[in-house]
Design a protein around this ligand. Sequence first.
Ligand code: SF4
Ligand code: SF4
Length: 157
Amino acid sequence: MTNKIDRSGLSPRFWEKKPLDKLSDKEWEALCDGCGKCCLNKLEDEDTGEVALTRVACRLLDDRTCQCAHYETRHKFIPECISLKPENLDTHAYWMPQTCAYRRLWKGEPLPDWHPLLTGDPNSVHAAGVSVQGWTVSEFDTPEEDWEDHIIEEPLG
Ligand code: SF4
Ligand code: SF4
């Protein structure tokens, strides 16, 4: 979910005025705070269903910008990458990062005050220390059996 995000020309606080399934595509995309955390590999306990995020990032994540290096063509390389939509949010919200705007709104929580839609500054997610900027490790260099050593605490920021 990390593409370059266009937040221009949107109505103020549109997310408080409409349900998620009534948002335009542009409004939906603008909700993403650009943290990049949904592009981290996760570990899921088969018995408890508990999910832990790791600092091992998807090979396409650029951790300087926190964006996907090939967002439009990513499914050629990473077929399992999800396209989050209002229709599949119920299925995916459980593993989304705790700070994720989609998960928060799905749970009936407000957007955090560092969210770029509230600050008007796309860098506020990085300044708040919530994004993955500069601290991921490569999945090429990190064998899956070592991912447990890279589990991160949530929430960040
Ligand atoms: S975790 Fe949520 S807010 Fe952060 S990049 Fe992914 S979709 Fe966007
Ligand atoms: S392909 Fe990887 S980096 Fe790109 S959006 Fe999907 S998980 Fe994120």
